[in-house]
Each structure stands twice: as C-alpha cells, then as structure tokens.
Design a protein around this ligand. Structure first.
Ligand code: NAP
Ligand code: ZN
Length: 346
C-alpha cells in the first residue's frame, strides 16, 4: 500500500479538508498516475453533499483526471512512464458481460465508479482525483493527445464525453439543429463539440449574460429562457435538445421546441420526477431520453476528436485550498466554464 494525499468530504455538511489514505500497490495490469489536474464537476458537489442519498464518507471526489504515468505493471502494454493520460468516471466494470463487446459498459451493473464506489472486491472504497496519485487498471486509462494544453483537458474526461456520446448517438452533424440547455461545464463542451461536428447549435441559457462567450465557442444562436418569447420563436425547431440542467424546469415547454421525431435528452438529473404531458410527445412523435457519460472506447474517440479539432474546456485554474469556494461559485453558475484544480498546490 502507498499513502496518498488528497482532499475529502468527511460528511455532507462539512467543507472538504486535507485527507490521507491508502492506494493499492500496482498489480500487473495497473497504471500508476501522478495527478496533475483535476476538474470540478457538478456531480462532485451533489455527492460530497449527499444530494443523491448514496454518499460514502470519507470521500475524495474527482472524476476528471489528467496526469502522468509514473509506473506500470508487468503486463501493461498500452502505456509507459511519462505518458499523458486521463481517467474519467469509472475505473472498472463487469468485463464478462456481453455489453462490454458493445462498448456500453457505463450502463452495466458491474460498473466501478472512480469515487464514492467500491472496487470489484466488493469492499474497498474508491477514491477520486482530488489527490496526488491514483492506481487504475490499464483498460480504464485514456491517452490524452499531445497537442492539447494539458490542464484544460481534464474536463474532457466527464463533461466532454457526457456531451460527445449523445451527440454521436443522435447523429449530430450538418443539417441538424441542436440546442444545449444550460451553458455551464457540460453545456459549453456541448457547444464546442456540436459545432465541430458541423451541426447548427443554439444555446438556451437562463439569461443573455454569457451570449458573447457562447457565440465565440461556436454557437450559431443564443436565447434566454427567462424570456417567454423564446419558446414561441423556437417552437418546433430542434432535432435534438441536450439538457444539462439538474433543476426543475418546464419540461413541456422545452419539448415544444422539438421537431417531429425530435428528442430531448436529459443529462442533468433533477431530484424530482419529470412531469411530461402526453400532448407534448404524441402529436409530433417526440421522445424523451437520458444518457450517461460514455464507454472507454467512445471516450478515447472523443479525446482523439478533440485532438484533431483542438478542442479543450474553458477553465479557471485554482489551488487545492480554493475548492470549497469553487463549489459555492459553481452553485451560483459563476464559473467560466470549469474549475480545474492544479494538483501541484496540494
Ligand atoms: P454546471 O457547471 O453547474 O452547469 C449547469 C448549468 O445549468 C448552469 O451553468 C446554468 O446554465 C444551468 N442552470 C443552473 N441552475 C438552473 C436552474 N435553476 N434553471 C435553469 N438552468 C439552470 O454543472 P455541470 O457540471 O455542467 O453538470 C450539470 C448536471 O449534469 C449536474 O446535475 C451533474 O450532476 C450532471 N452530470 C450528468 C452526467 C451524465 O453522465 N449524465 C455527467 C456529468 C454531470 P445557464 O447559466 O446557462 O442557464
Ligand atoms: Zn462529472
């Protein structure tokens, strides 16, 4: 066992604080990674504060990890010491299950999440990226393209893949009209990725305060959802709406913005059930769906796509001891557009 240093939530009501814990000795198929940058996802806040009711404490959050390989097990063939690598939302999965062949392991019950989970042994808690190093099976480590600024790649490991996967699944590309609801950490990646795929991109934000940024990042149109006229102007417009908001919104109003056969995909997870009127779906054969991160294969595809198109996250780099303040700012939508912790400051 090696000692690791990090920051942990010790219970749902306390700020994160310095914490020391053990990481396993590398096995033959493990990669040891010195963590350089760790993104702050809104899911970290939900879990550190037990808003999903499944939190295990003490918890070291962080599933947007960018680091450098410092050691590899004897059977590791894809990585070597010095490589730039990433780790996202999961570090193991049910490999015997048929879906592994379909590359949908993120939807299988054997999924081992990067933190707030337990390893395949059923008892060892997993701890995440707000820490100095991590030990991960080779098959769950991603290669980060060399041409991208390293610190801004960390958010690709969750925010990036969470938007890339539904864009690909629902055929984003030239001729498709796509709306992204909420221009936060996930949303701004959606704008960049959908634009790079050639789609016509609209941001639906609560206000116009981030309009200039949205247009610079690749949006073709930008509307405020606080203005009721937006819902009249855009009625029946979109093939696909990707909703990154986890708060309660007027779902029926958003469904009204879809074309015939259009789909509203939930990415944010509201606490309460989503009330949908049959009339919002039936007369236009609309669908409502959900999507969660992406497989390892698709995550690597996304990273390579970002390398080709020079896409990274817009970030605010912070010190480790600013994490609690950063959480408060995320809650106020006061981040442009993702906080990334410089782990050298731990
Ligand atoms: P974020 O940076 O806080 O962005 C969320 C955005 O939603 C905000 O920037 C804001 O955009 C909008 N918003 C916030 N409160 C709102 C309200 N009351 N009404 C309408 N819009 C509101 O969070 P994030 O990291 O992007 O994560 C978003 C959600 O996705 C979280 O719930 C997270 O847990 C979830 N998530 C899901 C997956 C998945 O696999 N499905 C993966 C990662 C995260 P505007 O200011 O532009 O309105
Ligand atoms: Zn996340």
């Amino acid at each position: 066992m090696a000692l690791a240093r990090g920051y942990a939530a010790t219970d749902a009501s306390k700020p994160l604080q310095p914490f020391t814990f053990e990481r396993r000795e590398p096995r033959e198929d493990d990669v040891v990674i010195s963590i350089k940058y760790s993104g702050i996802c809104h899911s970290d806040i939900h879990q550190a504060r037990n808003e999903w009711g499944n939190s295990k404490f003490p918890m070291v959050p962080g599933h947007e990890i960018a680091g450098i390989v410092t050691a590899v097990g004897s059977k590791v063939s894809k990585f070597k010491v010095g490589d730039r690598v990433g780790v996202g939302c999961f570090v193991d999965s049910c490999t015997t299950c048929a879906s592994r062949d379909l590359d949908l392991e993120q939807y299988m019950p054997g999924l081992v999440v990067t933190y707030n989970g337990v390893e395949a042994d059923g008892k060892t808690p997993t701890q995440g990226g707000y820490s100095d190093h991590i030990v991960v099976k080779e098959g769950y480590v991603l290669s980060i393209p060399e041409n991208l600024p390293f610190e801004a790649t960390a958010p690709l490991l969750c925010a990036g893949i969470t938007l890339y996967s539904p864009l690909r699944n629902w055929g984003a590309g030239p001729g498709k009209k796509i709306a992204v609801v909420g221009m936060g950490g996930l949303g701004h990646m959606g704008v960049k990725l959908a634009h790079a795929m050639g789609a016509d991109v609209t941001v639906l934000s609560q206000s116009l305060s981030k309009q200039e940024d949205g247009l610079k990042l690749g949006a073709d149109h930008y509307y405020a959802t606080s203005d009721a006229k937006t819902f009249e102007t855009l009625a029946g417009t979109f093939d696909l709406i990707l909703c990154t908001v986890s708060a309660e919104i007027d779902w029926n109003a958003y469904l009204g913005l879809l074309k015939v056969d259009g789909t509203l995909v939930l990415l944010g997870i509201p606490e309460k059930p989503v009330p949908v009127h049959a009339f919002s779906l039936v007369p236009s054969r609309r669908s409502i769906a959900g999507s969660m991160i992406g497989s390892i294969k698709e995550t690597q595809e996304m990273l390579d796509f970002c390398g080709e198109h020079n896409i990274v996250s817009e970030i605010e780099l912070i010190r480790m001891d600013q994490v609690n303040e950063a959480y408060e700012r995320v809650l106020k939508s006061d981040v442009r557009y993702r906080f990334v912790i410089d782990m050298a400051t731990l």
